[in-house]
Design a protein around this ligand. Structure first.
Ligand SMILES: NC(=O)c1ccc[n+]([C@@H]2O[C@H](COP(=O)([O-])OP(=O)(O)OC[C@H]3O[C@@H](n4cnc5c(N)ncnc54)[C@H](OP(=O)(O)O)[C@@H]3O)[C@@H](O)[C@H]2O)c1
Length: 295
């Protein structure tokens, strides 16, 4: 079992990969690398939340993306960075600056449908970050992921309790991707970046599904009827706030869901297959693997 150490005590290693946060994709990326026995460091604000990752073999660096000195400390001896966070430009550009200063070779940026004129602030911020990374001179790869299947885990308590879930997605279909695939792609590229430099990928799942399709899949896998009911924008935002999402993030998420309803995320491709050499997880597999959460 690895002890948690201050980043000032971490030893250098030219193959070490830094994961910048331990959220959905970040924690899985760190777990994958640790499981393979490859050197990985993960930056977290609260080390208590990284206990399992530390036990799996990841080095834990305590820091805050708002505090450049803590990023610099975590960046020592790093070859590649998986840049994943809430996509606040100042925070992620702090990481880019730190990576330049430390002579990092490559940054894999977890991003979404970045656009300078998007109605969603987060997507405009993603463009600012992507542009800053490209201009930095660092090796880079952009992963503009479709929406995550794991977002359904926020709805798990409601599905377990009421056998139903609501959303303002309407009939919109989404090529949802499993964050386990996003993490696997990020790790693959960070560990062997040569053929991925300067490239943009659009990881998606293998099928595009509406939330009514998702309800049918939940019913099939869980063995009981699960129903989907439509929500208004305000109801959608309130539902996210009620499960702990901060108000301004719930606003952006609800805006994204409105775009889902308009077909904005109705796209799939085989980027996961081509990078990993195996197919992306299906939604059925996701529900099967996480069934206890929904039951
Ligand atoms: N969710 C999706 O469907 C989706 C789809 C495509 C792309 N993306 C992109 O993926 C990225 C991550 O979004 P997400 O929704 O999946 O979130 P997430 O990675 O699950 O969670 C964000 C993480 O950031 C950490 N964090 C927040 N502020 C921090 C700070 N100042 N310093 C250090 N760590 C901090 C949080 O840790 P604490 O526990 O300390 O709060 C949390 O672990 C974004 O760029 C997003 O656009 C998401």
């Amino acid at each position: 079992m690895n002890e948690m150490r201050s980043p000032f005590q971490l030893g250098g290693d030219s193959t070490m990969i830094l994961i910048t946060t331990a959220g959905k994709a970040g924690a899985e990326a760190a777990r994958l690398l640790a499981q393979r026995g490859e050197p990985v460091r993960i930056l977290v604000r609260d080390p208590e939340k990284a206990t399992t990752l530390a036990q799996a073999g990841a080095e834990v660096a305590v820091g805050d993306l708002e505090v450049p000195s803590t990023i610099d400390a975590a960046m020592q001896g790093i070859a590649a960075v998986v840049l994943v966070s809430l996509a606040i430009p100042t925070q992620e550009l702090n990481v880019v600056n730190s990576a330049v200063g430390a002579g990092v070779d490559h940054v894999v940026k977890i991003t979404s449908k970045a656009s300078a004129d998007s109605p969603i602030a987060r997507r405009r911020g993603q463009t600012e970050i992507e542009n800053g990374l490209v201009a930095s001179g660092l090796g880079y790869t952009l992963l503009r992921n479709n929406a995550y299947m794991q977002n359904f885990l926020m709805l798990a308590p409601a599905i377990a309790k009421t056998s139903s879930f609501g959303s303002s997605t309407g009939d919109g279909r989404i090529g949802m991707v499993d964050t386990r695939d996003v993490a696997a792609v990020a790790v693959e590229i960070a560990a062997s970046p040569a053929s991925h430099r300067g490239k943009t990928y659009w990881p998606s799942g293998p099928e595009s599904l509406s939330y009514a399709d998702a309800a049918r899949m939940f019913s099939k896998v869980l063995g009981r009827p699960i129903t989907f009911h439509p929500l208004t924008f305000e109801e959608q935002k309130r539902a996210m706030v009620d499960v702990g999402v901060p108000d301004h993030i719930a606003e952006m998420n609800a805006q994204a869901v409105t775009l889902f309803a308009q077909g904005d995320s109705d796209w799939i491709n085989d980027d996961v297959l081509s990078i990993l050499g195996r197919p992306a997880h299906t939604f059925e597999q996701f529900v099967t693997d996480f069934a206890p959460e929904f039951s």
